[in-house]
Design a protein. Structure first.
Length: 65
């Protein structure tokens, strides 16, 4: 996935999608890839390489709220 950088992995694909929407609302290109492991979906959240730092700030700053 050239041009994309993984920002985090989540055990819950739904939570990954919520975080993706949060980033998109702030003008950051993001996508979620899912994988099924033993009847449980996990997900990786990716952002465009040039937007990684601002995405990290947005995601982790809001976790403290």
């Amino acid at each position: 996935m050239q041009g994309w950088k993984k920002i985090m992995s989540l055990a819950d694909a739904y939570k990954a999608e919520i975080k993706r929407l949060q980033l998109v609302k702030n003008g950051i290109e993001a996508m979620v890839t899912t994988k099924a492991l033993l009847n449980k979906a996990s997900a990786d959240l990716y952002v465009k390489e040039g937007q990684y730092e601002i995405a990290t700030i947005l995601l982790f700053e809001n976790e403290e709220d």
